[in-house]
Design a protein around this ligand. Structure first.
Ligand SMILES: [Zn+2]
Length: 210
């Protein structure tokens, strides 16, 4: 199914997992929101990870083929990281889990971030703010904010509460930040309702048979 027909899903409560959820089956067919370069740019903007002006700059400087190549690399990174998370979700990370993150560290090494002091005016009062910026040398630079999201997930999220949705055909993952950690579904709209309908049908069938 064409990703342009349906908005991307941001239900993970953790941006690194939202990135894994950039391919999903929200209804019947699989949708991959980063299946090409244009999709990757749109997803990064909708996720609020790359500013509109940076997206425009990268787009102006890159060919469609270059952007498609980066999207393919982003999908590779996504599936590599999915395997990493799936293997470890449900338990806190331990020291040896760092070893397999070497490819991610190599990517992070290439980042060109820099800080900049900017003035912010609110109600006539000026305050200075240290803002993080990044040099966007080529289309490939788009992988760096993604690498940062994945690194943050590993460093800041307790993997004990990283879960896969219980929907039988659902592939969505999320960080369960609820009190009591009882979250079971990606979202009520996608899978929660589906489960309710299935339970209701089962009850009706039982009543009929009984
Ligand atoms: Zn689900």
């Amino acid at each position: 199914m064409d990703y342009r027909q349906i908005p991307p899903i941001f239900v993970a409560a953790a941006p690194g997992l939202d990135f894994l959820n950039s391919v999903a089956t929200p209804v019947d067919e699989e949708v991959d929101w980063i299946s090409d370069g244009a999709g990757l740019l749109a997803w990064l903007e909708q996720a609020g990870i790359v500013s509109r002006s940076a997206i425009a700059a990268v787009r102006a400087r890159s060919t469609a083929a270059e952007l498609d190549t980066v999207a393919a690399r982003a999908r590779e990174l996504r599936e590599w990281f999915r395997a990493y998370v799936q293997k470890r979700k449900g338990r806190s990370l331990v020291a040896k889990d760092l070893r397999e993150l070497e490819p991610l560290n190599q990517l992070l090494e290439r980042d060109e971030q820099y800080g900049q002091i900017v003035a912010d005016v609110a109600d006539g009062v000026v305050s200075f703010e240290l803002r993080a910026n990044r040099r966007w040398k080529s289309a490939e630079s788009l992988l760096l904010p993604i690498a940062e999201l994945l690194a943050r997930l590993v460093c800041e999220e307790d993997f004990a509460h990283v879960k896969a949705c219980e929907g039988p055909r659902c592939t969505l993952m999320f960080a369960d930040h609820t009190r009591g950690h009882a979250r079971r579904w990606c979202s009520m709209a996608i899978c929660g309702n589906r489960a309710k309908v299935a339970a209701h049908r089962a009850r009706l069938k039982e009543q009929k048979n009984g």
